[in-house]
Design a protein around this ligand. Structure first.
Ligand code: PLP
Length: 394
């Protein structure tokens, strides 16, 4: 049977990780994979996570199955974190999923159940797994313009023009905050126009929230998602806890399906449960329970928020330092966009050749589309990167 298999294309980011590992240079700099690193290059377990895990080990009395949707307390805590009181709780169906990726996969499977002919719109560029899963599921797919290569900001006119041609029932995948890979994000006024455009077309939003708390703050990063949630009878939200709780390998995420009313939410919940059952039965529990413990304990929550805020502000500081260094070294303000971008990434906006030259000549690793993980930098490596960018004439 297996002899019929075709080779699969290597995941660009994961193979970049391998190349980086194999590079013997001791002064190499990894700006590739999307994992937060502190100033020493470590991805620490957050304090509140350690404490919640300690409590779980001490207090948990069973590992018996939980429900198909996961622990309802996890859904309640995540809905509160992301949506606060935007919507009545009885309009929201939710399932725990293996990470944000699992939530996106299940969201797309929901589209296949509910509206098999719907086209899925994805920003160009987007996190590569979006298009890859849509293609794998053989769903109709279109792209909307997103990034202005000249300003390195959002190509807002292009975005509105493209989404203005969406058909009724099309599903539009939006990054709720901290766009990956560009780092460029719409303003709240622009979000209002995006919402109006999608309402006008009768499109259904699918909001991917993978970095809440990494941009402008926990509340601020939820604003666009809340406005979207308040504006449509139906939408889906796929949220990941991998980054903001630093529990990448625990595979913790949630898919929310927002229905027009409570009866429709019950139907939606049954279908979400069904999809979990078909794909993996019960979703992973450990990470979800850690998150619930943190979000519902005032002391743990305050400590988690403080550590997350420190993570966020250290990335902002690195952004400002890099923009300043580049201004000094190039005598030009064309890199100021780095300080305006939000989240873990910025797209430098250069050619694959120049990205290759940075790797070959300086041991600086970024994704071939010139996406840099800002968290891969520290106060010592910022000037080195700035000089390399200036030397490479980017
Ligand atoms: N969505 C975006 C935009 C991402 O960048 C990521 C992770 O890199 C995810 C979703 C999913 O993350 P995970 O499946 O690790 O929770």
């Amino acid at each position: 049977m297996f002899e019929t298999l075709k080779p699969q294309p290597a995941d660009k980011i994961l193979s970049l990780m391998q190349t980086y590992k194999a590079d013997p240079r001791t002064d190499k700099i990894d700006l590739g994979v999307g994992v937060y690193k502190d100033a020493s290059g470590n991805t620490p377990v957050m304090r509140a996570v350690k404490e919640a895990e300690r409590r779980l080990v001490a207090d948990q009395t069973t590992k018996a199955y939980v429900g198909l949707a996961g622990d309802p307390a996890f859904a309640d805590a995540m809905i509160d974190l992301l949506l606060a009181d935007t919507l009545p709780r009885d309009r929201i169906a939710a399932i725990a999923t293996p990470g944000g990726t699992g939530a996106i996969r299940q969201a797309l499977e929901m589209v296949k159940l509910a509206a098999p002919a719907a086209t899925v719109w994805i920003s160009n560029p987007s996190w590569p797994n979006h298009a890859s899963i849509v293609n794998y599921l053989k769903m109709p797919k279109r792209e909307y313009r997103y990034f202005d290569e000249a300003t390195r900001g959002v190509d807002f006119d292009g975005l509105i023009a493209d989404l203005g041609t969406a058909a009724a029932g099309d599903v539009v995948l939006l990054h709720g905050c901290c766009h990956n890979p560009t780092g460029a994000n719409p303003t709240l006024d622009q979000w209002d126009r995006i919402i109006a455009t999608l309402q006008d077309r009768g499109a259904v939003p699918l909001v991917d929230v993978a970095y809440q708390g990494f941009g402008d703050g926990l509340e601020e990063d939820a604003q666009a998602t809340r406005r979207i949630a308040a504006a449509f009878p139906n939408l889906m939200i796929a949220a990941s806890c991998s980054k903001n709780f630093g529990i990448y390998r625990e595979r913790t995420g949630i898919l929310m399906g927002i229905a027009a009313d409570a009866a429709e939410a019950t139907l939606t919940q049954a279908n979400l449960n069904f999809l979990n059952r078909q794909n993996y039965s019960f979703p992973p529990d450990h990470g979800a329970r850690v998150v619930t413990t943190i979000l519902t304990d005032p002391t743990l929550r305050a400590d988690w928020e403080a550590e997350l805020e420190q993570t966020r502000s250290s990335m902002l500081t690195l952004r400002r330092q890099l923009a300043d260094e580049l201004r000094q070294r190039t005598n030009d303000d064309r890199f100021d966009f780095i300080a305006d971008h939000r989240g873990m990434f910025s797209r430098l906006g250069t050619t694959e050749d120049k990205v290759g030259a940075l790797r070959a000549d300086h041991g600086i690793y970024m994704v071939s589309d010139s996406r840099m993980n800002i968290a891969g930098l520290n106060a010592t490596t910022v000037p080195i990167l700035a000089q390399a960018i200036a030397d490479a004439d980017i």
